[in-house]
Design a protein around this ligand. Structure first.
Ligand SMILES: [Zn+2]
Length: 520
């Protein structure tokens, strides 16, 4: 049995309170999902959001290894010819190989929300699906509110599915849109549907009863062969079914083919990377991929785990690319470090004394709040600096930032900087619309004359995360700076209780990384 994974992080997941994906974020996420082996990536609703149209345009230039891109849409509007419906025209113009079309399945939604007749709703579903099939699209029909609709008016819900099947839908996806259905109800209903329909069934669950994962797993066990969900369970209200948990359960516990073992080992990295892109902290206790998912603190647990990890672990953490953390262990992370060192072409052996030293530095930095998922360039610099392979290209003597606000005018920020390069001293000034912008400009005013290659470096993103929010204004912040030049992009990170200092550290790494690329 094979299950197809359908990710809607970029569509349903983008509805999460606090998430606002830029186009670049969406492309990065799509690439990560593709590498993870996701079969379908729903990129958005082109008919309702112009930003999504940009995504569909841009993704065409990216070669995906595994995934098909899906565009989402409602059915045609009531009493409009499908050929004349703008929304549907925009859907097809996205030029994706597959589309997801959602239709009302719950009778009261048809009459009260859509304000049309039950028959017209069926016609809307039929017309839209046949039209998309004629345009050679693979069609997933999302039966919105399927379970609630089935409970309220079984006959009508079945008619909706029948209509979609006859119109040529390739998958009938049963949606628990309000997230209120429980797993045992899903088991019964899916088993009944399975008997009545030939087309593959899918499940799309929301997490309002905290049953998103269990509903999805149960649906698969009862015969669904497509699972829709989001990374880290993002989604509006309480989120969608969490693919980050569903994938390892399918693969490791149910023995169902969905992604390869090698891809499964990347699920932790991808889950954390997407959390960084979303700029939302990943819950430490998130199953499978959280930092605490396999961490052992209690003394008795630790001694048992050291003897046999199976005593307090439901799976081996390395199967999902996570790691066992025993709070006293100084060895955790060594294998990761060695893998990275190899990637950076740095000769590092397990037994070298530098490994111990690096692990200690890393532990301290992690403790301070560093995280390198989105700041890997800083990590590479750290490794090479510690080993003496990279020397600083400049040294800060002093900087001073002034913010001048006059009446109701916008504040003007000026940064003064003093640097040492070799035994020469340099001074410069820069202005900007904020302190970071001003300090970046002042730094460039010195450095661009000496290292002209940094002219091509652009700061493309800047993110600030408050780390220990209980401490109020004394809290630490982690700043991520994303930079790019004509050859690629890289992320750097700085941590401090002062946001300017954290930004400075990330900024310096960004420039040092660029200068290191030159000498590579
Ligand atoms: Zn949904």
């Amino acid at each position: 049995m094979q299950v197809k994974l359908f990710d809607t992080t970029l569509r349903d997941g983008a509805q999460t309170e606090g998430i606002s994906f830029s186009l670049e974020d969406k492309l990065k996420i799509a690439k990560l999902l593709d590498e993870l082996g996701i079969h379908y990536i729903e990129g958005g609703w082109p008919g309702s959001n112009p930003k999504d149209i940009e995504f569909f345009k841009a993704i065409k230039d990216i070669k995906l290894k595994n995934a098909k891109i899906v565009a989402f849409s409602s059915t045609r509007r009531p009493n409009v010819k499908v050929e004349d419906d703008k929304n549907i025209a925009t859907l097809l113009a996205a030029e994706t190989p597959a589309v997801a079309i959602f239709g009302k399945t719950w009778d009261f939604h048809v009459t009260d929300a859509l304000k049309t007749t039950l028959d017209e709703n069926l016609a809307m579903i039929k017309d839209t699906i046949s039209y998309a099939k004629k345009a050679k699209k693979e069609v997933c029909f999302d039966a919105e509110h399927f379970f609630d609709g089935y409970k309220a008016n079984k006959n009508y819900a079945l008619k909706v599915l029948k209509t979609a099947e006859e119109a040529g839908a390739d998958v009938l996806c049963l949606c628990d849109t309000n997230g209120g259905t429980l797993a045992y109800e899903v088991e019964e209903i899916v088993a009944e549907i399975k008997k009545k329909f030939k087309k593959p069934l899918g499940i799309h669950a929301h997490n309002d009863s905290e049953c998103g994962v269990s509903v999805s797993i149960t649906a698969v066990n009862s015969g669904c062969t497509q699972v829709q969900g989001t990374m880290n369970g993002y989604g509006e209200r309480c989120g969608n079914a969490n693919l980050v948990s569903i994938i390892p359960i399918l693969k490791l516990k149910m023995g169902i083919d969905c992604i390869s073992e090698k891809q499964l080992k990347r699920v932790t990295e991808v889950s954390r990377h997407i959390a960084e892109i979303a700029n939302l902290p990943l819950a430490a206790h998130q199953p499978f991929t959280g930092r605490s998912a396999f961490s052992h603190k209690g003394g008795i647990h630790v001694s048992a785990v050291i003897k046999n990890p199976g005593t307090y672990e439901h799976i081996k953490p390395e199967l999902v690319g996570n790691e066992r953390r025993v709070t006293v262990s100084e060895l955790s992370g060594v294998s990761n470090l060695l893998v990275k060192a190899k990637q950076y072409k740095v000769d590092l052996k397990k037994e070298s004394p530098e490994v111990k030293q690096l692990i200690k530095i890393l532990k301290d930095m992690e403790h301070q709040g560093y995280s390198f998922e989105e700041g890997e360039a800083s990590f590479e610099l750290l490794v090479k600096r510690t080993l003496g392979l990279v020397k600083p290209s400049f040294e800060l003597e002093d900087f001073l930032i002034e913010t001048h606000k006059h009446g109701k005018d916008n504040p003007v920020v000026t940064a003064h900087i003093k640097l040492k390069i070799g035994d020469k001293r340099y001074e410069a000034e820069g202005t900007g619309d904020g302190p970071i912008n001003a300090i970046d400009n002042s730094l460039r005013n010195v450095l661009e004359n000496i290292y002209p290659e940094i002219k091509s470096v652009k700061l493309t993103d800047y993110k600030v995360r408050v780390l220990d929010s209980e401490a109020g204004t004394a809290a630490k912040v982690r700043v991520i700076v994303e930079s790019s030049d004509e050859t690629g992009s890289w992320g750097t990170v700085g941590v401090s209780t002062n946001v300017i200092e954290a930004s400075w550290l990330a900024l310096v790494d960004s420039i040092e990384y660029k200068l290191m690329l030159k000498t590579k």
